[in-house]
Design a protein around this ligand. Structure first.
Ligand code: NAD
Length: 342
């Protein structure tokens, strides 16, 4: 095991500090060799450094190239631009991985084990939007521009295909809307088909599905999917959908991986409605930490962490309120630590 691996730690807003502390406690119990550099962002960045993405935080990630991040609050409508989107752009975090796996059998769906790979930098997320005034209505017309490039699509698809091969996945489904947005999502579909034919045929099966049909199929029978690869906005929506299939946002981790850094986080937001009340489910961030352990090739520790979570939920039956249990964040964490040390 390496002596120590420097990682930027961003506790974040709302429930962020609670779930981050819980995650640090279990990583300590595992003996994970991380050396944390604590930095701020989001609302906490504004209050402590006058900036939702302070220069010191960026410098730290530039140095460590690795970050574990709590959720960051973004004001809707006006206010500052999302620090999450800025982080993705700054470090060219072009691939967003969101696995969804059934952790508690007997729920809505058993045996779901799929992963959504989302393009993270292009599409309708680039923020080129404006209003057009007509007569005295300044917001009479709203316009947004989406941009997908061949190079950006290819970079993401290469990552997704390589990940599918490395993790032994059997089937990759390209999700698109090329029947309507023929250019914007057609370029992604076309690039996927060319890359598959040229370099990947025979290593896994590839098929394609239109995003609306994909949403229906996921709700009817999610076990039919293995790896879903898609553009930015569709990936954002579908990855929340698949989180709902396996017990909600409290169970959904995410990794943002790019050329310059990798940032691991929970898919959910800062949950201001339950912040500071010891009610938050810390599993999503703990599973994100497991993805980070995989990323730095400490897979045995990742496996122990996932197994410990499984045992705490299903053998000890210690669960937070969002999973129908009565445990608080701290009680769940203590039970998990006992499993890891047992
Ligand atoms: P949210 O994910 O914070 O909350 C949605 C619902 O899920 C709430 O009822 C909340 O209590 C519940 N919930 C979320 N995580 C939970 C957990 N771990 N345990 C138990 N319950 C949980 O979404 P929102 O309310 O739309 O957003 C709140 C803020 O978070 C906004 O400012 C938004 O911009 C931000 N946000 C940040 C990220 C991120 O940093 N990656 C992601 C999404 C939203």
């Amino acid at each position: 095991m390496p002596a120590s691996i420097p990682v930027t730690l961003i506790p974040g807003d709302g429930i962020g500090p609670e779930i981050v502390e819980a995650t640090l406690t279990v990583l300590d119990a595992l003996g994970a060799p991380f050396e944390w550099d604590r930095q701020s962002a989001g609302l906490a960045g504004v209050t402590t450094a006058g900036d939702p993405l302070p220069a010191a935080t960026l410098q730290s990630i530039r140095r460590t190239r690795l970050a574990l991040k709590g959720p960051l609050e973004t004001p809707s409508g006006g206010g500052y631009r999302s620090s999450n989107v800025r982080l993705r752009e700054e470090f060219k975090l072009y691939a967003n991985l969101r696995p969804a796996r059934t952790l508690i059998p007997g729920g809505r769906f058993d045996d779901v084990d799929l992963i959504v790979v989302r393009e993270n930098l292009e599409g309708l997320y680039i923020g080129h939007e404006h209003y057009v005034q007509i007569d005295d209505d300044p917001h009479a017309v709203a316009m947004a521009t989406g941009i997908n490039t061949r190079a950006g699509s290819r970079r993401l698809l290469e990552f997704a295909f390589a990940h599918a091969v490395a993790t032994g996945r059997k089937r990759v489904t390209i999700v698109h809307k090329a029947n309507i947005m023929k250019a914007l999502t057609g370029i992604f579909l076309e690039t996927a088909q060319q890359l598959y034919e040229k370099e990947y045929r025979g290593r896994f099966a590839m098929d394609t599905v239109i995003v609306d049909a994909c949403a229906m199929k996921l709700v009817l029978n999610p076990q039919q999917f293995d790896v879903l690869v898609t553009t930015n906005l569709f990936g954002d929506i579908l990855s929340d959908l698949v989180a709902g299939l396996v017990g909600g946002l409290g169970m959904a981790p995410g990794a943002n991986i790019g050329e310059d850094a990798a940032i691991f986080e929970a898919v959910h937001g800062s949950a201001p409605d339950i912040a500071g009340k010891d009610l938050a489910n810390p599993i999503a961030l703990m599973l994100a930490a497991a993805m980070m352990l995989d990323h730095v090739r400490l897979t045995p520790l990742a496996t122990r962490l996932r197994r410990g979570i499984d045992q705490t939920l299903n053998m000890d039956k210690v669960r937070t309120g969002d999973l129908g249990g009565s445990a608080g964040t701290a009680q769940f964490t203590r039970a998990l630590v006992a499993r890891l040390q047992g």
